[in-house]
Design a protein around this ligand. Structure first.
Ligand code: FPP
Length: 274
């Protein structure tokens, strides 16, 4: 049962947004492209890494709020396969911030029954980062609430290539020469195997791109773009994204109900029958 008092103070903007949410039609999985840390820092004449540091507070609030909203899954895009091109100091700071976050937040993840799981080419990360990730994953493995996935050294194309290679290895091991795979089988070998696809993809800082994020999984996701920069993104912005999501008409390539009735009732010329 969702405790509304833990989501918003009485009389606050957050409360007015929570009142607009239909808790019967919640997205099960929300994926977020956290963007705009550099611009946030630049606006304040600070080094870029200060934007990343400030972004941690947003991560903390969004993960905790997602647990309180009883979402099934939240996936945050923290470091892409392309991000290695950034200055060495920036990459090192991001990794350091990640380790610090995991160490400091583990207790909160446990208190909120959150299961933590990194996705991406994790074996390409520094051994010290891998160790912290493994530790947090093992400690939270038995938790049954929100699944918190963090995408690290992640690329959507890389994931698809890794999946194909994984399947090829499997088929070689089984000595299967005559084998046709389907979408379900393919999806079951992605990094996100057994995790439902995102219903809602949020991107901060206004850019209209998917940036190689969960390319397979976002096939039918609703996209919400906000101009708010990631370090300024707070629970009220998540509530706004959910309200926006609930205003969409999701048809998965089909038609909505009144239209389908029209199909049944239309004659061969497409004229509607009375
Ligand atoms: C994009 O901003 C953000 C990132 C590349 C990293 C996101 C990382 C964090 C919020 C902190 C570490 C994460 C965790 C989970 C502890 P940008 O630098 O591309 O911004 P810009 O487009 O304004 O330059």
């Amino acid at each position: 049962m969702i405790d509304l008092s833990k989501l918003a103070e009485p009389g606050s903007i957050e409360e007015s947004l929570v009142e607009k949410i239909d808790f019967q039609r919640m997205p099960r999985h929300v994926a977020v492209i956290m963007d705009g840390n550099g611009r946030w820092a630049k606006q304040r004449s600070l080094p870029r890494v200060e934007g990343h540091r400030a972004g941690i507070a947003s991560v903390r609030e969004i993960v905790e709020t997602s647990a309180r909203l009883e979402l099934g899954v939240i996936t945050l895009y923290a470091f892409s396969v392309e991000n290695w091109k950034r200055p060495r100091y920036e990459v090192a700071t991001l990794m350091m911030l990640l380790k610090e976050y995991l160490r400091k937040e583990l207790a909160t993840l446990m208190d909120n029954n959150i299961r933590f799981s990194p996705i991406g080419r994790i074996d390409g990360l520094d051994e010290s980062v891998q160790r912290e990730l493994r530790y947090a994953q093992e400690k939270t493995a038995a938790n049954t609430g929100l699944l918190f996935q963090i995408a690290l050294n992640y690329g959507g194309r890389a994931e698809i290539v890794d999946t194909v290679n994984r399947i090829m290895t499997l088929l070689r091991e089984r000595e299967a020469s005559d084998f046709a795979i389907d979408e379900e089988f393919f999806a079951a070998h992605l990094y996100t195997a057994n995790v439902e696809d995102p219903d809602l993809l949020v991107r901060t800082s206004g850019e209209l791109r998917v940036s190689n994020f969960l390319l397979w999984q976002i096939a039918y996701a609703e996209i919400h773009v906000t101009k708010v920069l990631w370090p300024d993104f707070r629970r009220k912005n998540l509530f706004e994204a959910i309200v926006d999501f609930q205003s969409r008409d999701r048809r998965y390539g089909g038609v909505d109900e009144p239209d389908s009735r029209m199909w049944v009732e239309a004659d061969s010329h497409g004229r509607r029958q009375s």
